[in-house]
Write a protein that binds this ligand. Structure first.
Ligand SMILES: NC(=O)c1ccc[n+]([C@@H]2O[C@H](COP(=O)([O-])OP(=O)(O)OC[C@H]3O[C@@H](n4cnc5c(N)ncnc54)[C@H](O)[C@@H]3O)[C@@H](O)[C@H]2O)c1
Length: 394
């Protein structure tokens, strides 16, 4: 090969090298631009509440109304991302199983009166740590729940069979609250206490009553899983009837998590289209008989499951996870949780009942004013009366 040819070849190589270098530089530049877009995204996340960093509450305006979200004052006094579960039976353990996979919590404390049960659940969950986002799991007792951001109560007895109503559990489960609430409030005075134990609405009212009558120093919030699960069941049954993805079906159950609950037919829709209209457009039958069947299957779904496998737990576990996400991410998600002080329809303020509520870092932030039909308003009031009679008897 002549020297000239070699030089030309080297020049060609250099030129190829320069081209590659240029391409590399421009790819690097593109990546940098991309990653700076990423940081823009994280700014957006922070705005919508996904960022866990807490601002100084004194520098915050009133948040929700002016569109900017905030970390509530109590969070300063909590271990952020610390969740405790009291009661590691079927519901508590199903929730724990989905929680550790979600990456939402940093610390999980599990407590059960049955120490063997707690030990078994602790070991089983811990053996999954290689496969899930980082989280520390601890088996403990009530004092280990100190400064939790969220305490989920799933301790207690469940319906012994399909013929026992949720309301019949009341005395047995109220006794558990008498025992655990004063200590929980003492060790975690800023926590959000989320109740799943039945009868859930009564137990939320009763927890508030314990705090009030015993004059306990509590700066957190109390709420219940309410009709979040019932609404999910309702949406599933509607989605099956209309053969539409459940994500596009909007329907809710309000009232007691129990026999007096009711569907809000007047507002149910598929992608904004009233159900009747959707049915008409798509040649799907939809009449009073079908509505009755869908609601009956919603209301008695738990009985159906209990009569087959003895208890319900997966869907309630995920309902609790959804509420957890709203609280930990301060996301202002509308959920049909149970809480007291519903400002509408003449509901007694002591009655805790399932109703669409804006849920964020400090539990229930506000209630949505629904345009219910006369019949629905009546049904909702009647459901509240059922609960009020029991609360008054405790
Ligand atoms: N809100 C809902 O939508 C919903 C859905 C399903 C079940 N539930 C309710 O959840 C509750 C739990 O149901 P489950 O199927 O998990 O019952 P389970 O019997 O499997 O578990 C209950 C656990 O609570 C423990 N426990 C009892 N007293 C305790 C105490 N003082 N401190 C700590 N732990 C204690 C028991 O040892 C047991 O492990 C029931 O009341 C059930 O009706 C609610």
């Amino acid at each position: 090969m002549s020297k000239k040819t070699s030089t030309t070849s080297n020049q060609a190589k250099t030129s190829v090298f320069n081209d590659e270098q240029k391409q590399l530089d421009s790819r690097k530049q593109a990546l940098l631009t991309e990653s700076s877009k990423g940081s823009d995204l994280s700014v957006t996340s922070e705005r919508v509440g996904a960022d866990f960093s807490c601002k100084d509450p004194s520098s915050m305006s009133s948040s929700y109304e002016d569109g900017g979200l905030y970390c509530y004052e109590g969070l300063k006094n909590c271990h952020r991302g610390k969740i405790s579960i009291i009661g590691m039976g079927m519901v508590g353990s199903s929730y724990a199983y989905s929680l550790i996979q979600s990456g939402l919590a940093r610390e999980l404390v599990i407590v059960d009166a049955n120490k063997d049960r707690a030990r078994g659940e602790y070991l089983d969950l811990s053996h999954a740590l290689s496969f899930v986002p980082p989280i520390s799991i601890k088996e403990g007792d009530i004092k280990d729940t100190s400064d939790s951001q969220l305490i989920v109560i799933s301790a207690g007895v469940s319906q012994s069979g399909p013929n026992e109503s949720r309301l019949q559990l009341v005395l047995r489960n109220v006794a558990i609250l008498d025992k655990i609430i004063p200590d929980l409030v003492k060790y975690a005075p800023h926590a959000n206490i989320l109740i799943a134990t039945n009868p859930v609405d009564i137990l939320v009212s009763y927890t508030e009553k314990i705090i009030r009558t015993k004059n306990l120093k509590f700066m957190g919030s109390v709420l219940g899983s309410g009709t979040v699960l019932d609404s999910a069941r309702f949406q599933f049954l509607l989605s099956k009837h209309f053969r539409i993805n459940v994500a596009n079906v909007h329907g809710m159950i309000i009232g007691e998590h129990g026999d007096s609950e009711l569907p809000v037919w007047s507002l149910a829709n598929i992608s904004g289209m009233p159900l009747k209209e959707f049915a008409l457009h798509n040649g799907i039958s939809f009449n009073d008989e079908i509505k009755k069947e869908i609601f009956t299957n919603t209301r008695f779904a738990a009985k159906q499951i209990i009569s087959t496998k003895g208890a319900t737990y997966y869907a309630i576990g995920l309902s609790l996870l959804k509420i957890t996400e709203a609280i930990l991410k301060d996301s202002n998600t509308i959920l049909n949780v149970s809480g007291t002080s519903i400002p509408y329809f003449g509901i007694d303020p002591e009655v805790s009942i399932g109703y669409p509520s804006v849920v964020g870092g400090n539990g229930i932030k506000s209630r949505i004013k629904l345009k219910l039909s006369e019949e629905e308003q009546h049904g909702f009031r009647e459901s509240a009366k059922v609960l009020k009679n029991i609360i008054d008897s405790l």
